[in-house]
Design a protein. Structure first.
Ligand SMILES: Cc1cc2nc3c(=O)[nH]c(=O)nc-3n(C[C@H](O)[C@H](O)[C@H](O)COP(=O)(O)OP(=O)(O)OC[C@H]3O[C@@H](n4cnc5c(N)ncnc54)[C@H](O)[C@@H]3O)c2cc1C
Lengths: 394, 525
């Protein structure tokens, strides 16, 4: 290991390949790991996801292995959704809350084998999980550094992975898990992702990481594979309408000011809350919220024009502030100017007249727009190929 | 509401559980009290520890009992009698020096110390009165305040302001600091300082230099202004007080069942749109008693273990888990052939409340050992010889000595099975030094360590207050946020024991305040 002063950010298991591939040296710190914001050109990387294959190194993602006789009871206690319904070999999107019913984080829960789980999350939350395990027979191990992970996303992703030797991958359904021998080890593949497109995530022991990267890019060369950075991923996830912890809401453990957290209902995730499954952390508070009404509504907005409504206030007809934008981008595939926004109740009904207050500058001339927004019913990007099994071959 | 035979089930017939049951029954509720032991009173207990010798097995001196509670319940009409009142306190040093506290004055110190102590006492009575006012009500919510909370805070602010500028400043200065600094600043006599410190650390995992010990001193003296100039000895031992509380509860219409250990607080089936609520109590023998309201006199950890962690939010379980409740006070009982004579003293000493601690540093060093899981090689003690006033406790001419001994940490490194006899011998040696010859008159002895107290009285950690009375576990946040106003996150489940505001000691306020919260239908949200 290098002396302390020389290592500011850690390399992921793909570090050598990522460094080689990153031509523009736009680096970011993601949970202490050196991460490429862009490799070459953000737009090319984004279009790779939508039209070919984009590869994202998600190794810094928090990963916990949860095992033991009480693993399921434990997870059912932590998560708002019913974990009993998550069959082995399946992945579920989930959120978890603190006692006040405020969302701590969202993530994906992998039921790897009977009673054995992996939780993938944005935030580190081992302390919260440990506290939640008090009195239960469950082991929680942080395996963030022990699992190398790549997201392989886009219409040619399946074909690329099959060309790499993953025979039968085409039969894997969305949110399914499959295992393949690779490089003398076991490669775990899930049909999951953060782009709203056809795509997979690959999970492997770190000592196979470089071999995996190399095989993948070899297999994908003719299918226009590209590495993508966080900036392109950001465009894709906004287009797909996915929320991100720390951006679209403040994780409850980081909230300093009383009342700044958000509940699942206030993030449009009420469908993940199962009151019928028995007690879970936050249940009482969420029941109360259901009874008394939520404070906020989370919406996807279609904003007129093409100026991203970044950090905009949302106004009503009389120019009163009724909310704010949490994420926004002009999204090329959906051909829409999209925004995710948190609005005060009761705003955000389909019929509401809403306007985004947008500021932009052209050569030192600032312009202020009040641009009409339409509340969308579903995501702007949700192509059939996302769910199609088997996916089209290329 | 269910059609259960009882509106409320109280778990535990400690004095707080019984006080609560009395107020609830007077409020028109049908109340059942379930007690694991075969007698009432909890830590207010009398029992035989050697053939013919009886003693107050845990609490031994009545110093704090709330006068309003005693009056409301008519305890004296229900059999409470005092063998002695307004005991003097005698602090004994190893060198035979003595400081005597009697009727609010002190002897055995310089005129300067006498004056300083008079001022200290005057001021503390005023502080204690503010505290007593605060403790007679549920502590107000600080977040999501309602009007009543704002009023309660305003009242507290007003009480503090009413101290006047000088006393208010002093309260704000010393309120959260340690008794060592305050005593050091005010007094000359090492023995006087030690005696004041003993009042601050008795029952707590604290030494004189620990933070918040001024607060714990005030807690102990909370009712000074209202009442006695010194502690009282209950006739028949503290168990008689427990019986008086039980008689009061029964007279008010509550039913008390002994030998009934609750093992589970049953909850309603979770339906898809309702919070779980308390639905009943299951006993060790499997009996299930249905009720819509459960009030627990058991300590915080015992109570929520009966609910089960999976029925509670994780943050709350964590707070309960982190609640500090490891006792450091052991109880020593001696059956004696005759009255011991304390050196340098007079005959009257034997009937006094005796404090054995020569200096603050002695207390602090005794405490140091407890920090590392060892008992004190030179322990400090509070001693009472109840037979001086109540011959019924021992055979003719014989005596009983009861002592609170510190520090005896709950989780002794070597384990108490290994350490008990050594520590008992150390205690006897310590007594021998101040009462030469006492060893020879010991016919039987018993040492109850915190784990023994836990086993006998069902208090997790065997802690005096059911949990430390430090500032982070006191007042607004006692015992833990989410359960700090008797109501708990489980609808229909309330706390009424020493874990809850205002804390331990034989006081009765937690029980009374809890009954009020139940009658008002308070919830924890
Ligand atoms: C060693 C020692 C010495 C003390 N000395 C003094 C003193 O001199 N003066 C003073 O004022 N204070 C003293 N205290 C403090 C005082 O005794 C206590 O704070 C006070 O008695 C607590 O009363 P309570 O009613 O809240 O709880 P407790 O008296 O502990 O009563 C709780 C009751 O609940 C019952 N219970 C618990 N679990 C269950 C269950 N699952 N099912 C059924 N029943 C259950 C217990 O059996 C018990 O009867 C002393 C404490 C200790 C430990």
């Amino acid at each position: 290991m290098k002396p302390h002063s020389e290592v500011r950010l850690l390399d992921t298991p793909f570090g050598s390949r990522v460094r080689d591939a990153c031509e523009v040296h736009q680096w970011e710190d993601w949970k202490g790991y050196l991460t490429a914001a862009a490799y070459e050109d953000v737009e090319l990387e984004y279009f790779a996801v939508r039209n070919a294959t984009g590869v994202f190194d998600l190794s810094p993602m928090t990963k916990y292995r949860i095992t033991g006789p009480d693993a399921q009871a434990f997870l059912n206690r932590v998560m708002t959704r019913n974990v009993r319904r998550l069959a082995p070999g399946r992945v579920g999107y989930t959120v978890w809350c603190n006692d006040a019913g405020m969302v701590l984080d969202d993530g994906t829960l992998f039921h790897l084998a009977e009673g054995e789980y992996r939780l993938c999350a944005q935030e580190r939350c081992l302390d919260w999980l440990q506290w939640s395990a008090l009195g239960l027979d469950v082991a929680i191990a942080d395996e963030t550094a022990d699992v190398a992970a790549l997201a392989v996303q886009g219409p040619t992703s399946c074909a690329t992975l099959r060309a790499m030797g993953l025979d039968g991958l085409e039969r894997l359904k969305p949110f399914g898990i499959a295992r393949f021998p690779f490089d003398g080890g076991e490669l775990l593949v899930s049909r999951t992702g953060f782009t709203g497109d056809l795509g997979y995530e690959l999970w492997m022991a770190p000592d196979h990481a470089e071999a995996l990267w190399d095989s993948l890019f070899d297999a994908g060369r003719d299918r226009l594979i590209r590495p993508m950075g966080t900036a392109a991923l950001e465009l894709a996830r906004i287009e797909a309408g996915f929320i991100q912890a720390g951006v679209d809401f403040v994780p409850a453990e980081q909230v300093l000011r009383h009342g700044r957290g958000r509940s699942p209902f206030e993030l449009g995730l009420g469908w993940l809350v199962d009151f019928g499954k028995g007690h879970f952390t936050g249940r009482n508070a969420l029941l109360k919220e259901k009874e008394n009404g939520s404070r906020y509504r989370f919406v996807r907005l279609d904003v007129d024009g093409n100026k991203p409504a970044e950090e905009s206030f949302i106004l009503d007809k009389s120019a009163n502030v009724v909310g704010h934008v949490t994420s926004a981008a002009w999204c090329a595939s959906a051909k829409r100017n999209l925004a995710l926004a948190s609005l005060e109740m009761p705003w955000g009904r389909p019929e509401d007249d809403l306007f985004a207050e947008i500021y932009y500058s052209r050569e030192q001339r600032w312009t202020r727009l009040e641009t009409r927004c339409t509340v969308m019913r579903g995501p702007a990007w949700d192509p059939p190929r996302r769910r199609q099994t088997p996916p089209a071959d290329f | 509401m269910t059609d259960a035979a009882f509106d409320v089930v109280v778990i535990g017939a400690g004095h707080n559980g019984l006080a609560c049951a009395s107020y609830l029954a007077r409020g028109g509720r049908k109340v059942l009290v379930l007690e694991a032991a075969d007698r009432p009173g909890g830590l207010a207990a009398t029992r035989e520890f050697a053939a013919g010798f009886r003693v107050s097995a845990a609490a031994h001196l009545l110093t704090m009992l709330d006068a309003g509670v005693a009056r409301d319940l008519g305890l004296e009409g229900h059999g409470l009698e005092f063998a002695a009142r307004n005991l003097k306190t005698v602090a004994l040093a190893d060198n035979g020096e003595r400081v005597v506290f009697e009727d609010g004055a002190i002897g055995g110190v310089s005129a300067k110390d006498q004056a300083a102590f008079a001022e200290f006492r005057r001021q503390n009575r005023r502080f204690a009165k503010v505290l007593a006012g605060f403790c007679s009500r549920p502590s107000p919510r600080l977040v999501d305040r309602r009007k009543s909370d704002t009023l309660a805070l305003a009242r507290l602010a007003w009480d503090v302001r009413s101290l006047g500028r000088a006393d208010m400043r002093e309260l704000l200065r010393v309120g959260a600091i340690n008794i060592y600094d305050v005593a050091q600043e005010k007094f000359e006599s090492a023995l006087l300082k030690a005696a004041v410190s003993m009042d601050a650390v008795l029952g707590s995992h604290m030494g004189p230099r620990s933070p918040n010990t001024v607060y714990s001193y005030l807690h102990r003296h909370m009712n000074d202004d209202a009442g006695a100039a010194g502690p009282a000895v209950v006739k028949g031992g503290m168990g008689a007080l427990g019986e008086a509380f039980a008689a009061a509860a029964e007279a008010a219409g509550a039913e008390v069942r002994y030998g009934s250990r609750a093992v589970r607080i049953d909850l309603s089936e979770p339906s898809s749109n309702e919070a779980c609520r308390a639905a009943g109590v299951t006993l060790a023998d499997g009996t299930r008693i249905e009720t819509g309201l459960v009030v627990s006199n058991a300590d915080l950890k015992t109570t929520f273990r009966m609910v089960g962690p999976l029925n509670l939010d994780a943050g709350f379980v964590r707070r309960v888990h982190s609640f500090r409740a490891r006792g450091v006070t052991a109880k020593l009982h001696l059956a004696l052939d005759g009255l011991p004579e304390f050196h340098g003293g007079d005959a009257g000493d034997a009937g006094a409340r005796l404090l054995l601690a020569s200096s603050m540093d002695d207390i602090e060093s005794a405490f140091d050992h407890a920090k590392y899981g060892r008992f004190s090689p030179v322990p400090v003690m509070e001693i009472s010889i109840p037979t001086v006033y109540d011959a019924s406790l021992a055979p003719d001419g014989k005596q009983v000595l009861s002592a609170l001994v510190q520090y005896a940490p709950y989780d002794l490194k070597e384990g108490w099975d290994a350490g008990r006899e050594t520590f008992k011998a150390i205690c006897l040696q310590r007594l021998e030094a101040v009462a030469p010859g006492i060893g020879e008159s010991v016919r039987a002895s018993e040492l109850l360590t915190p784990p023994d107290l836990e086993a006998e009285f069902g208090v997790r950690g065997g802690h005096w207050h059911h949990g430390e009375i430090a500032l982070d576990q006191a007042l607004f946040t006692r015992p833990v946020p989410g359960a700090n106003r008797y109501a708990t996150p489980v609808r229909g489940l309330y706390l009424c024991g020493a874990s809850s505001h205002p804390g331990g000691g034989i006081l009765g306020l937690a029980g009374r305040n809890a009954a009020r919260a139940v009658l008002a239908g308070e919830d924890s949200g």
